[in-house]
Write a protein that binds this ligand. Sequence first.
Ligand SMILES: Cc1cc2nc3c(=O)[nH]c(=O)nc-3n(C[C@H](O)[C@H](O)[C@H](O)COP(=O)(O)OP(=O)(O)OC[C@H]3O[C@@H](n4cnc5c(N)ncnc54)[C@H](O)[C@@H]3O)c2cc1C
Length: 437
Amino acid sequence: MYYLERNSSNVLIIGAGIAGIQAALDLADMGVKVHLVEKRPCIGGKMAQLDKTFPTLDCSICILAPKLSDCYRHPNITLYTLSEVQKVDGSEGNFSVEILKHPRYIKEDVCTGCGDCAKICPVRGILNYFDANLVTLAAAYIPFPSAVPPIYLIDRKRCVYLTHGICVLCTKACDAEAIDFTQKDTIIKLNNISSIIIASGFNLIEDINPLKEYGYKKYPNVVTALEFERLICASGPQQGHLRRLSDGIDPKKIAYIQCAGSRNIKDKKYCSSICCMYTTKEAMITYEHDNEVESYVFYIDMRAGGKGFQKFLERGKAEYNINYINNKIAKIKVDENENPIIIYEDLNDGKIKELKVDLVVLATCIIPSEGNKKLADILGVDLDEYNFIKTKPFFSMETSKKGIFTCGCSHEPMDIPRSVAEASSAAARVAEIAKGR
Ligand SMILES: Cc1cc2nc3c(=O)[nH]c(=O)nc-3n(C[C@H](O)[C@H](O)[C@H](O)COP(=O)(O)OP(=O)(O)OC[C@H]3O[C@@H](n4cnc5c(N)ncnc54)[C@H](O)[C@@H]3O)c2cc1C
């Protein structure tokens, strides 16, 4: 039972991946004012980086793009990109919040998104997180062409053409006069926030020992699943024509390694839960591009716990040339042509075997969002033993603090349909509070 002010109908959502976006749209459609805070320059989270999604193999960005633009244009949603929550006081029904907004060096209300600043910018080498750091951009850039908001930004630290703090190249090239090198960090204060939803999502491990044993970052033909999503995506660095990074040859034999860096590792003893499904999806998409491709999925145990998921795996075997090998990987080495050779114990007969392939894709462990610890301290909520947001056993959207909710991968790994369902569920609870019921 809540006894709150009827007019306290502002809600804060932290993180604008699919979970934060869905919660924001649900609330905004119910007439609740939403402040949506995203630390990246654009919204969409990991879903925007995916090629297609299981279980339907729909194009990920085609489903997401209408939600991105609805979020941007909705009169009840205020979007803060390049922003982080730095202070929260108060309690359910009346939180006050401070948001730190970093400068874009481009005026958000003036930029037309034409890209003239990026065309003229001679600086190269800015790693683009959106393409899993596989390509570099100019210092004036937008992470991807259909990014929301459709506003460029300038990496001022990397611009070597600054004179008296201004780069004349992009400043002159911008007919709209949107370039503004005088921008500074700004603090935005919000009062009367009735409740908060944490939708900070997840990260993927990249740098622990088991990945080194698999040759990640040492051998060019060992990539992560997220890198693979970008490589096979039509909007990615290879325009959807999958080629090996070492020599540009089309791979015909691909190995997918499950549980890379998880489960048997100290501190990572949980299941990342989505990899069995997205690996089969990636192998299916690859086969649809080139039906000469053979896929080998190296797994410890197969977890397909969802409606129609087991059938999806069966289709993989029957129709998409996917071979599932129950195994424990020992290590990966390469031959003189950079072809990865997988050394593994076949768990069916206990024998040590080798398989030479053209490309290896690692299903790397899902870990809590970078900064979850700091965020939890600011909000005063508990984390679980792995640093995901701790939730109540029978109310998985409720955190340890009244009035603060969570949804999506911020509290445990999950797929898109479940993230969306949780977001709507959190939004329903929050709407009750915002409307004083
Ligand atoms: C390789 C791969 C393939 C996948 N394929 C599929 C698939 O085919 N089908 C499927 O259903 N699922 C798939 N998934 C899972 C899917 O990506 C997730 O279910 C989904 O992205 C979860 O959404 P989210 O909003 O919880 O998290 P995220 O997508 O991680 O979004 C979180 C957002 O919060 C922002 N953020 C984080 N911390 C802060 C902070 N402190 N302040 C402000 N903003 C913050 C982040 O920048 C990000 O934009 C796949 C995942 C991977 C890794």
